[in-house]
Ligand binder design. Structure first.
Ligand code: IFM
Length: 729
């Protein structure tokens, strides 16, 4: 059981933010931070919604946080009894991630008395609009208790306030709080119902909050328990009136009761685990961290819609504008493709829906085709600003080039579509817009590429690469190879359509006027420059003239840091003039195209870039782990695997870049954990649509067991030190 429970004993104020991330509950529709019921926006309580964004003039556009329907505060003889106001005798917070249930138990001291608070809550996977909680209070001595519980609309916002026109109502024994977003005027409605058999009840309405005050004389030792049901609906949900939908949901919940709703929810979670679990024998820490990582991926997966995807900080807050990056395609999507293809399909479809935004961006920069947003939101338009980091020295915004120059994003989108298609055989995805995206991305790259006449080759100039510390560089091998890949995929797509869906092929070519592009992209595919390993050293230069930069030790570079959180990239960052890189870049290339490079080249590059990588991004360590496993550097592979797998558990990651808060969960690392276990240690690959393994288990691992699926067939795979077994199930 312990392997499924994250638990914290004792109370530590300094961990409020971290616990909010670590104990997150989510169901793909909304994420509820792991805060305590008495917390408010000060402690970053948030119920972050997917697919609904809002922007205030001059501020960043970001997801909307719904009013907090799980608010509860206890008073004893008129005094507040909370972890923030009282002496704490005992405190435990738990996340059972097998069932996605959050629990707390707190014993608080007040006036020679002790109040015991316990709660259990879940964000339902069975009914995505519903959160349920069971809350109990007891007192060591007789006393007068008041419980205040209801909906708190004064929400935490990073770039808000996003909600206005608040209205509150008490109807049919339900509390209702309604508000409207600034930009799109979406109504957000939270309805709360309660099952309670004690106390005198009063309704307390203020501008942004509506609560019930439940007063009673508590008898010593007696436990007073109630259950609470909270629904969240918005006009984005297409349910008619969100308040009416909320009433119906709460009525239904009250009828079914907490136990039944919990059973429905946990059954669905248990079913998910039957597909997704990885069982490790011999290493409890790794086992725990893998499951915890998978929990986070599952919690934030969009099960209900193909119009949304997974933001870089999941549903843990509004950080990074709730934007979707390449993190999804490169780091998270494979987990879904091989375990939950329907969810993978939703993620892929999101990019298809975003094609108009990508076309618009290409046009804005004077290119053809589709240039996907570096930071994408509900509408696929670019959300990344030109000034994404604040200089800690001057307090002024720094001009950054993620938005303009990180062009590999379009190829990453193509990679996602193609990987999904190859593993599922779902040709429909290509007919439903996937093919159009692929062709438009190839077209974008042709218009971006620079034909260098004297060398008779195309070069890719002035780009920002996965290592973001060196901006505006030339001929990054990852970017260039991914462009070639895009062209390859475009031709495979054309071939498939031409042979199997000729009418669709013709329609598409004429719809997007692609006839003349075919020869151009062929030329790009043939003559695109991709730098080769250097003869003497086998090193692949990360970009033109990278090796001429100062070759400095990472420690030495860090000793030059003057102010905490100073940005190492950008125009004057410390890393910019050196060979220190932020994250895996050439190493990523070698993982993605591992059959094209010898082990000698891989080894030389792993050893060259490893000491020069800062791992300033949560995306980095998994890539080093996978390549290390491939090279049978198993200890290194394990070290980087554990760094990835424990990133959220340990919480030692960067919280700020410049003055920008970047805390939250790290879904790309969660996905990277899975990638490193499956493609690194198990060495999973597919041949003729059948799985194969090439295991390199860490020393401690006696065995590893997991499932996978390809083209609709499921397999159970068991690897031990001496043998491997693959069984079709
Ligand atoms: O996509 C990443 C990027 O590679 C590094 N900075 C953070 C982004 C979001 O995770």
């Amino acid at each position: 059981m312990k392997q499924w429970v994250l638990g914290n004993k004792g109370y530590n104020r300094a961990r409020i933010g971290l616990n909010g991330n670590n104990f997150l509950l989510a169901n793909g529709y909304m994420g509820y931070r792991g805060t305590l019921e008495e917390y408010t926006k000060i402690q970053h309580t948030a119920c972050t919604l997917t697919g609904i964004y809002d922007q205030l003039k001059g501020k960043w556009r970001e997801p909307v946080n719904a009013p907090n329907g799980l608010f509860v505060k206890v008073y004893c003889n008129g005094k507040p009894v909370t972890v923030l106001d009282s002496n704490i005798k005992e405190h435990t917070q738990i996340l059972d991630f097998k069932s996605a249930v959050h629990k707390r138990r707190t014993v608080l001291k007040i006036d020679h008395n002790e109040i015991i608070i316990t709660s259990e809550r879940f964000v339902s996977l069975h009914d995505l609009h519903l959160m349920c909680m069971r809350y109990s209070v007891s007192s060591l001595k007789n006393c007068e208790i008041t419980i205040e519980t209801g909906i708190d609309g004064d929400v935490w916002d990073i770039n808000g306030p996003h909600l206005k026109n608040f209205s509150t109502r008490f109807n049919d024994n339900c509390l209702v709080l309604k508000a409207v977003t600034n930009e799109q005027k979406h109504t957000i409605a939270v309805v709360e119902g309660i099952k309670i058999k004690f106390g005198k009840h009063k309704i307390n309405k203020r501008k942004k909050i509506i609560t019930r005050l439940i007063e009673f004389e508590a008898e010593a030792g007696k436990e007073y328990t109630f259950s609470k049901y909270v629904s969240v609906f918005t006009t984005n949900d297409n349910v008619g009136d969100p308040v009416e939908a909320g009433f119906a949901s709460i009525q239904n919940s009250l009828e079914q009761g907490y136990e039944k709703l919990l059973e429905n929810h946990s059954n669905l979670w248990h079913k998910r685990w039957e597909n997704a679990d990885i069982i490790i024998d011999g290493d409890k820490k790794a086992q725990f961290a893998i499951r915890y990582s998978i929990y986070h991926l599952l919690a934030i997966a969009p099960v209900h819609s193909d119009k949304i995807s997974i933001p870089a900080r999941g549903l843990s807050s509004q950080v990074y504008k709730g934007a979707i990056f390449w993190d999804t395609e490169l780091f998270m999507l494979p987990f879904f493709i091989y375990n939950f293809p329907q969810i993978a399909r939703n993620l892929v479809k999101y990019r298809i829906h975003s094609l108009p935004g990508a076309r618009q961006k290409a046009k804005e920069y004077g290119y053809d085709g589709a240039f996907y947003a570096w930071e994408s939101q509900d509408n696929g338009k670019e959300a990344c600003t030109h000034f994404n980091v604040i200089d800690v020295f001057t307090g002024r915004p720094l001009r950054t080039f993620y938005r303009d120059k990180q062009i590999h994003i379009s190829a990453d989108v193509v990679y996602g579509i193609w990987e999904y298609y190859k593993a599922t055989g779902d040709e429909k995805i290509l007919l439903e817009g996937g093919a159009e995206v692929i062709l438009e991305c190839a077209r974008f790259y042709y218009s971006f590429a620079y034909f260098k006449k004297d060398k008779n080759r195309y070069e890719i100039l002035d780009v920002t690469t996965p290592d973001e510390y060196h901006e505006r560089v030339n001929n990054n091998p990852y970017t260039n190879r991914m462009i070639k890949y895009t062209a390859d995929v475009a031709f495979e797509t054309l071939e498939l359509l031409k042979n199997k869906y000729n009418k669709v092929y013709k329609n598409l070519i004429s719809k997007i006027n692609f006839r003349d592009d075919i020869a151009k992209i062929k030329d790009l595919q043939k003559n695109l420059y991709i730098s080769e390993p250097l003869k003497k050293t086998d090193i692949i230069e990360q970009f033109d003239n990278y090796l001429k930069l100062e070759d400095i030790d990472l420690k030495k570079l860090k000793s030059r840091i003057i102010k905490p959180n100073e940005y190492l990239g950008g125009p004057s960052g410390l890393a910019t003039t050196t060979q220190i890189i932020k994250q895996a870049d050439v190493i990523l290339l070698l993982n993605q195209f591992k059959d094209e490079y010898s082990n000698q080249v891989k080894k030389a590059n792993w050893e060259y870039y490893e000491p020069r990588t800062e791992h300033g991004s949560s995306l980095s360590t998994s890539m080093y782990s996978i390549l290390a496993a491939h090279l049978r550097k198993t200890d290194w592979a394990y070290k980087y695997f554990m760094k990835t797998a424990t990133i959220d558990l340990e919480g030692k990651y960067k919280q700020y870049v410049g003055t920008l808060y970047i805390g939250g969960t790290h879904p790309a690392a969660n996905g990277g954990t899975w990638l490193a276990a499956i493609f690194g240690f198990a060495g999973l690959s597919f041949k003729n649509d059948k799985p194969l393994v090439n295991p390199k288990l860490p020393k401690k691992w006696k065995s590893m067991k997991f499932n996978t699926q390809i083209k609709g067939k499921r397999y159970s795979i068991e690897i031990s030190k001496s043998k491997s077994k693959i069984v079709s199930v």
